[in-house]
Design a protein around this ligand. Structure first.
Ligand SMILES: [Zn+2]
Length: 142
């Protein structure tokens, strides 16, 4: 009676809740099982999850994560730059170098996490090729 699951507390087996999938992606884990690593290196997504075998090569994050990373970093740091300048009037070179380091560090921290969240969103919404994959958990063939 898998298809007749009417208990509202239990999600249907083929249901893919968006928020948990994006949180798992932010943590750079497989959006399906939440245990397998999503990334192979810094930004490369595994073709398939090493734990559950979910196909992840369907992701098409493209420039989206970079755009969102710059959007968030810029909106956080631009007001801070103005506040720091107005309050302390530091040497402009110190201000530029300091905020450049902070911006690069923030972008490098956020980029793989935002990419993971993008992949989780695409997986949950069955975008691109994710609609064709089975949602059943299978053991990896060894
Ligand atoms: Zn998995």
């Amino acid at each position: 009676m898998i298809e007749d699951n009417k208990n509202p507390a239990l999600p249907a087996l083929d249901e893919r809740p968006t928020k948990p999938a994006m949180i798992r992606g932010w943590k750079q884990l497989c959006p399906q099982c939440g245990t397998g690593p999503m990334m192979d290196g810094y930004l490369t997504v595994h073709d398939a999850c090493e734990v559950c075998g979910e196909e992840l090569h369907h992701q098409r994050a493209d420039d989206g994560p970079a755009y969102v990373t710059i959007l968030i970093s810029g909106h956080l740091l631009a007001p801070m730059l103005l506040i720091a300048f107005e309050m302390f009037r530091p040497d402009p070179l110190l201000l530029v170098v300091g905020f450049s380091i902070i911006f690069v560090a923030m972008a490098l921290f956020m980029l793989p996490r935002i990419k993971g969240a993008f992949v989780g969103l695409q997986w949950a919404k069955r975008m691109h090729g994710f609609a064709e994959t089975e949602s059943t958990i299978t053991a990896p063939a060894e």
